[in-house]
Ligand binder design. Structure first.
Ligand code: HEC
Ligand code: HEC
Length: 346
């Protein structure tokens, strides 16, 4: 018995030392950083080597993996979020997510159909290398599970954070580990996050975005971005084409509620089938259509004014009225630009 415990402890220790992520010493996960420390740690991330994009291994190989069951559960949670942990699931203790989106509604599937494996569509392929990471939003270092939970409480509406030892979180992390098998440690990866683009040096045009919406998006996302409900919506809360606005969609504290992020996502990924290598909309068009979507009503995230507590580390596309002390012009600029072309991590 004692031997068994010792072996397990040694395996865990080995796993910890064998970690993919960058060494954040002398800082610790959870620690708040001052300006100087934050800049220093950001530099370490920016200076990492960048490896080439990698497609995931064959889906069939999961079945032979020692963690197969957990990995498959993680995939299910990410891809069928509404049906596994959505607000309508029968087991109330599993009602983590607060809306009708799936994680894979934004972390798109690549050719393998696995969630979060599409180039320039916020893939999960290299996330084990990218966390723990300093985030400006809390001026602190967050773990990968913290980062997952931050989408859970914003992108997924008013969702609840999943405990680190819940089967849901363990499944998601097991899947992320599986995705990273065979990739180089401590390096960044091409195609991660959203692509860098050059934003137009003008305000976004909501009216022109509305017209583009009718032409390019309406067929799937329907009138006013309300999405196309599945036949069993009333019991499941599920959609065939996800909503872009309203209570079933992401709230106004989510990354997608920021115009720069939404423009990049749309330019590189929408309408469905577009990619950053073969975009359907120019960045100018994506910028206007994104402004139109973000002008539609959506749920308010309470406490948004506490996000980005340090004004030196505040993104320029987060229109939180409290940041601007009644300066309507500055608030309007945060809402519809024009913006600086920052490439640093938000
Ligand atoms: C409405 C769209 C949306 C949904 C739904 C969503 N996310 Fe995200 N997620 C984002 C955006 C936007 C980012 C930040 C991308 C950026 O700025 O580079 C992000 C970032 C992340 C990251 C960090 C990725 C990185 O490259 O650093 C993780 C991990 C993550 N999300 C997990 C999840 C999980 C798990 C779910 C489901 C519980 C989920 N997300 C649902 C939009 C979404
Ligand atoms: C052919 C159908 C189709 C068209 C047309 C389309 N989308 Fe989508 N869109 C989808 C699907 C499907 C998803 C979710 C991905 C998945 O489930 O695999 C999605 C996801 C999204 C998301 C993230 C999830 C959410 O609900 O917020 C945004 C934002 C989005 N689309 C915007 C647009 C915009 C803007 C256009 C027009 C330029 C557009 N889409 C055109 C099918 C479409």
């Amino acid at each position: 018995m004692y031997m068994k415990k010792l072996v397990i402890a040694l395996i865990l220790l080995f796993a910890a030392n064998n970690s993919f992520a960058i060494d954040i010493a002398p800082y610790k996960t959870g620690q708040k950083l001052n300006d100087k420390q934050a800049k220093e740690l950001q530099q370490r991330y920016i200076k990492r080597d960048q490896q080439a994009w990698k497609e995931p291994a064959e889906v069939a190989s999961i079945a032979k993996h020692k963690n197969a069951e957990l990995i498959n559960y993680g995939i299910k949670v990410l891809d069928k979020t509404v049906l596994t942990i959505g607000p309508n699931v029968s087991d109330k203790s599993r009602r983590y997510s607060g809306n009708s989106l799936n994680c894979s509604s934004c972390h798109l599937k690549g050719e393998t159909q696995l969630p979060g494996t599409k180039y320039d569509a916020i893939p999960f392929t290299n996330v084990v290398n990218d966390y723990p990471q300093f985030r400006k939003r809390g001026m602190s270092i967050v773990s990968l599970s913290d980062r997952v939970n931050s989408c859970m409480t914003r992108s997924m509406g008013d969702g609840k954070a999943m405990p680190v030892d819940s089967r849901e979180m363990l499944g998601i992390l097991a899947y992320y580990d599986w995705l990273a098998e065979g990739i180089k440690k401590n390096s960044a990866m091409e195609g991660s996050g959203l692509p860098d683009v050059s934003f137009p040096a003008r305000k976004a045009d909501v009216a022109s975005g509305g017209k583009l919406y009718q032409q390019f998006c309406f067929a799937c996302h329907a009138q006013d971005g309300q999405g196309t409900k599945a036949a069993d919506y009333d019991t499941s809360g599920n959609y065939t084409f996800p909503p872009l606005a309203g209570n079933d969609s992401f709230n106004n504290g989510a990354g997608m509620s920021r115009l720069k992020s939404a423009s990049k996502f749309i330019h590189a990924n929408m309408p469905l089938g577009a990619s950053s290598k073969t975009p359907a909309l120019t960045i100018d068009q994506a910028y206007d259509v994104a402004a139109y979507i973000l002008s539609l009503p959506r749920e308010n995230k309470n406490g948004r004014d506490k996000d980005f507590p340090n004004p030196n580390f505040r993104p320029d596309d987060y229109p939180v009225p409290e940041y601007f002390n009644g300066d309507k012009i500055a608030l309007e600029k945060a809402k519809i630009g024009p913006y600086k072309n920052s490439t640093t991590m938000d």
